[in-house]
Design a protein around this ligand. Structure first.
Ligand SMILES: Cc1cc2nc3c(=O)[nH]c(=O)nc-3n(C[C@H](O)[C@H](O)[C@H](O)COP(=O)(O)O)c2cc1C
Length: 213
């Protein structure tokens, strides 16, 4: 077993001060996201999505951010999956981006709604055909007895949709996370990291406060 207690790293890449921050957290997100994108890091749009069940049990998984604007953050998934069932019971969620090459994380909390079927359709049509069929094949989060079941169903649907457009499954589409808070975290030396939290106030204004690391 490696000695994990000695596994540590100083964070020295950058700093974050109040004057660096955009007044609007969506612009601040965009600024950091562009830097992550231009930094050529692997999958800068991957994010952890936390949901909480009715009984209070949290659950986490990675999803891909496919769109964002001033309204919120959109990803696509199966509407009958475990996450979807938890979202139905409790629409409060959290997102986390961790860009280790930049020693940065962004935490977002908010509530979630489905995007329109038109919006989901637009995205679905932009996917490769194999992924479209994949969405039909998988009863996401259900227990299955073998991988073979998936492969047979995939082949069957591939034949069915040969020379045909794959329709949007009614059980598949997008969710939009509408934020009520953002935290921008920049790693610093001696664990004295920079943390700024934006909380939503009335009139679409955001309060910015520094948090202890
Ligand atoms: C890098 C990465 C990206 C992923 N992107 C998605 C995604 O956009 N949508 C999705 O439904 N699952 C995605 N997954 C799979 C999910 O992490 C998860 O296994 C799946 O959605 C089922 O989650 P659930 O059972 O909690 O509902 C991704 C996994 C990884 C590792």
């Amino acid at each position: 077993m490696p000695d994990l207690s000695q596994m540590r790293q100083e964070f020295t890449t950058s700093d974050l001060t109040k004057k660096d921050l955009e007044a609007d957290p969506f612009f601040q997100f965009e600024k950091w996201f562009r830097q992550a994108e231009e930094g050529n890091i692997s999958m800068p749009n991957s994010m952890s999505l936390a949901t909480v069940s009715e009984s209070g049990q949290p659950s986490l998984r990675t999803v891909l951010l496919k769109y964002f604007d001033q309204e919120g953050f959109v990803f696509y998934t199966n509407y009958e999956s475990r996450k979807a069932q938890e979202i139905n019971q409790n629409p409060k969620v959290a997102l986390l981006f961790f860009w280790k090459e930049f020693e940065r994380q962004i935490k977002i909390t908010g509530s979630i709604t489905k995007v329109s079927a038109t919006e989901s359709m637009k995205y679905f049509l932009s996917r490769p055909k194999g992924s479209q069929i994949g969405a039909w094949v998988s009863n996401q989060s259900d227990v299955i007895s073998s991988r073979q079941i998936l492969l047979s169903k995939f082949e069957e649907l591939k034949r069915k949709f040969q020379n045909k457009e794959v329709p949007l499954p009614s059980f598949w589409g997008g969710y939009q996370v509408v934020p009520d808070s953002f935290e921008f975290w920049q790693g610093r030396v001696h664990r004295l990291h920079d943390r700024f939290v934006y909380s939503k106030e009335k009139n679409r204004l955001w309060k910015i406060e520094r948090l202890a690391p």
